[in-house]
Design a protein around this ligand. Structure first.
Ligand SMILES: Cc1cc2nc3c(=O)[nH]c(=O)nc-3n(C[C@H](O)[C@H](O)[C@H](O)COP(=O)(O)OP(=O)(O)OC[C@H]3O[C@@H](n4cnc5c(N)ncnc54)[C@H](O)[C@@H]3O)c2cc1C
Length: 221
């Protein structure tokens, strides 16, 4: 955070393309093109491959081959002072992967008032692949109905005052046998260096470590 305070941080500005040229890289963003000495692409591998386009071979020829598992979830909350403490985690194949419903006073994902209840329903990886193809509202209703077939005490979606669809297309990198062998041969060479959990381990710490390795490739400022 302290480092970010010294930098110009731009959010909500997706990079559409990166063009590598002698001594730098030009990033194409919705407001135009910007030139930098170097760039770390820390997106899901398939997105970094799209950003690099026909220059992908200069960076990592197999970048676009990293496959991802999607993740579909529905979060909902309703005003209700009634206590609730329900946590069901299943081993797929099952109608859902997990159902959680708690009173806000027992703690919550994010902020939930103590006199409300919140619920989170998660689909399995294979079901997420099917649900993410559906329109969000249809997927939401299908997933919630499956959850209520497993946990009838889950409140009806119609009673929710807050509903949030979580639809991550590139949620979890699938790192098959051989991934780390070919990754070991990857040389982090500026001006464009790759980072992200898929370059280290598929977890938050892996993502952080990948950023450290990418930064090290640029040497000390
Ligand atoms: C459901 C779920 C639960 C998890 N639970 C845990 C856990 O308990 N513990 C744990 O350690 N890990 C967990 N993980 C894994 C962890 O979340 C990931 O490993 C980590 O977030 C990966 O970080 P990352 O920076 O590589 O990628 P991401 O977090 O995916 O970040 C990539 C970023 O790139 C941005 N981006 C995409 N396209 C563009 C573009 N064109 N231009 C600019 N930016 C772009 C995205 O907006 C995003 O901010 C979980 C993952 C999932 C899906």
């Amino acid at each position: 955070m302290r480092l970010a305070e010294q930098l110009e941080v731009r959010t909500g500005e997706p990079v559409n393309a990166a063009r590598i040229s002698a001594g730098g890289v030009e990033l194409e963003v919705p407001t135009g093109a910007r030139r930098y000495d170097g760039a770390v692409l820390a997106c899901p591998a398939v997105i970094s491959a799209c950003i690099l386009g026909d220059q992908v071979d200069q960076v990592l020829p197999w970048l676009g081959e990293v496959a991802y598992s999607p993740e579909v979830r529905v979060y909902a909350a309703r005003p209700s002072a009634e206590d609730a403490a329900l946590g069901i985690h299943l081993v797929p194949p099952t109608p859902v992967f997990s159902v959680e419903m708690y009173s806000g006073r027992r703690g919550a994902w994010g902020a939930c008032p103590p006199d409300w209840q919140w619920a989170l329903v998660c689909a399995s990886g294979p079901d997420s692949a099917e649900l993410i193809q559906m329109p969000a509202e249809e997927a939401r209703r299908a997933l919630w109905a499956r959850a209520r077939s497993v946990a009838p005490e889950l409140f009806p979606l119609e009673e929710a005052a807050v509903v949030h669809d979580i639809r991550w297309e590139h949620a979890i990198p699938q790192l098959p046998a051989g991934h780390y062998t070919r990754l070991a041969a990857y040389e982090r060479r500026p001006p464009v260096v790759l980072a992200g959990d898929w370059t280290y381990h598929a977890c938050v710490e892996g993502a952080v470590r990948s950023g450290e390795l990418a930064a090290a490739a640029f040497g000390q400022a």
